[in-house]
Design a protein around this ligand. Structure first.
Ligand code: NDP
Ligand code: 2IT
Length: 448
């Protein structure tokens, strides 16, 4: 049996009931075959792949807090410090009822290669909790965040592990967590990114993931001789990534016509009204029914009653920006039948393995999340740099660096795919380019 197959089998056996982690490992290791085969003897002797798929450390802790009725609630907190070969652990905190260890491990594993691709000195990590922020009061959110950080603060720091936002964790939650860290540890340092601008946050971090996704999409299309201007896009999600993806797509002359949340999706043939979407989601924290009620051109579709989603709309580009496995084989078939030319992932692993293969077999340009959504963590690393030098850069400066990083990532993965005879396979290119730097750093640091 090949070394890659052995390690995949081991991961499935040693990590039962973690299907998302298995999926992420399979996607990465399968596409690394040509690199591993070239070095099989050395990698096997060094147990390199066994070390890559095993987190350096994983923390699981109790998070008790008191709700508005005086009832004590107990959630589970996680932080997986996956790989620190190229820098301090870096990755977001997800707050969603679906969170479990396997989800945090899949995200942390992806983060290793994504962070490597940015070219910046950041290792891979991820954290979160099964806490559901929906419907909670501000005080309840604060109580949860303070309790979560009371435990987490023992294990993180500006030079060891720097968390940030993800699903359910935005500027409000980062603020409460930062305040509690500072109170307990007594240091004002860049221990979290995505901070507010008044206490060390970076301009353009809020926009970075969505903007970066569009810079990547634009560069990838350009290198294939296609102009993004005039293209229609289906976007899923209506959170941080989706909102700024829609905004940048419009700035580049494209036309996003859908967005979604966990209960429904909107088709707006005149193009999504970003100002209204921000008001509904960022200010009112409301459902998309409110968007549809205020926008005459929008059609609202309830997911539960209709069983439909935004992937049935005829578009040129699909940008999944909500969550893992939200685009399956049936969805891929609909998109291809409708003539989609590109799929670029804003979310982490939103496309199933079968759907990814279907796109690739049907000559659809497909850029995986670890490359396409790397603008968020890259700008987090720029926030760390600004915190270290105690300066803040202008929006234009950060945005220009972000664009340069995304263009650079595209060419690195495009070149890596070509080098291994897989031109146009951006999944393989991203995994190979990200993996090489991590392996180099791990080899240099000995067996640790
Ligand atoms: P937000 O919490 O801001 O928004 C998430 C959006 O996705 C919401 O519209 C939410 O709907 C929807 N969603 C979440 N879970 C589900 C689900 N299980 N089923 C259907 N819809 C769902 O998160 P972000 O925009 O920050 O994150 C979106 C994705 O992008 C995630 O995969 C995240 O890991 C990834 N990402 C985020 C980065 C960042 O900088 N924020 C960076 C790189 C990747 P509802 O409100 O109804 O739950
Ligand atoms: O998935 C991701 O890259 C993020 N949620 C952002 C992580 C970060 O540290 O900014």
């Amino acid at each position: 049996m090949s070394y890659v197959d052995e390690v995949i089998e081991l991961v499935v056996k040693q990590n039962p009931n973690e299907p998302e982690f298995h999926q992420a490992v399979k996607e990465v290791l399968n596409s690394l075959r040509p690199v591993v085969e070239k070095n099989e003897e050395k990698f096997r002797r060094d147990a390199l792949l066994e070390r890559i798929v095993n987190p350096e450390r994983q923390l699981k802790f109790r998070v008790p807090w008191v709700d508005d009725k005086g009832q004590v609630q107990v959630n589970t907190g996680y932080r997986v410090q996956f790989n620190s070969a190229i820098g301090p652990y870096k990755g977001g905190i997800r707050l969603h009822p679906s969170v479990n260890l396997g989800i945090i491990k899949f995200l942390g594993f992806e983060q290793i290669f994504k962070n490597s691709l940015t070219g910046l000195p950041i290792g891979g990590g991820k954290g979160g909790s099964d806490f559901d922020p929906k419907g909670k009061s501000d005080r309840e959110i604060m109580a949860f965040c303070q309790s979560f950080m009371t435990e987490l603060c023992k294990y993180i720091g500006a030079d060891t592990d720097v968390p940030a936002g993800d699903i359910g964790t935005g500027a409000r939650e980062i603020g409460y967590m930062f305040g509690q860290y500072k109170r307990i540890r007594g240091v004002f340092e860049g221990v979290l990114t995505g901070k507010g601008l008044s206490y060390g946050g970076s301009l353009a971090r809020t926009e970075a993931t969505g903007y970066g996704l569009l810079y990547m999409t634009q560069e990838m299309l350009k290198s294939n001789g296609i102009d993004i201007a005039g293209k229609t896009c289906a976007v899923s999600g209506s959170g941080n990534v989706a909102i700024y993806a829609i905004q940048k797509a419009q700035q580049l002359g494209a036309k996003p016509v859908t967005c979604s949340d966990s209960t429904g999706w909107v088709y707006d043939p005149e193009g999504i009204d970003v100002a209204l979407l921000k008001e509904v989601k960022e200010v009112n924290r409301a459902r998309l029914t409110e968007y549809a009620a205020k926008r005459p051109s929008a059609q609202y579709h309830d997911k539960a009653t209709e069983g439909t989603n935004q992937w049935e709309v005829k578009v040129d580009i699909a940008l999944p920006c909500a969550t893992q496995n939200e685009l399956n084989l049936d969805d891929a078939k609909k998109l291809v039948a409708n003539g989609v030319i590109a799929v670029c992932e804003g979310a982490n692993m939103p496309t199933t393995l079968e759907a990814t293969e279907y796109f690739q077999n049907n000559k659809v340009f497909f850029v995986p999340g670890k490359a396409a959504n790397a603008g968020g963590v890259a700008t987090s690393a720029l926030e760390m740099s600004q915190n270290s030098e105690r300066l803040s850069w202008s929006f234009e400066e950060v945005d220009a660096k972000l664009k340069g990083i995304m263009v650079n990532i595209f060419h690195n993965l495009d070149d890596a795919a070509k080098e291994y005879g897989m031109a146009g396979n951006y999944v393989a290119g991203a995994n190979i380019a990200g993996f090489k730097k991590v392996v180099d750093a791990m080899n240099a640091q000995g067996i640790v």
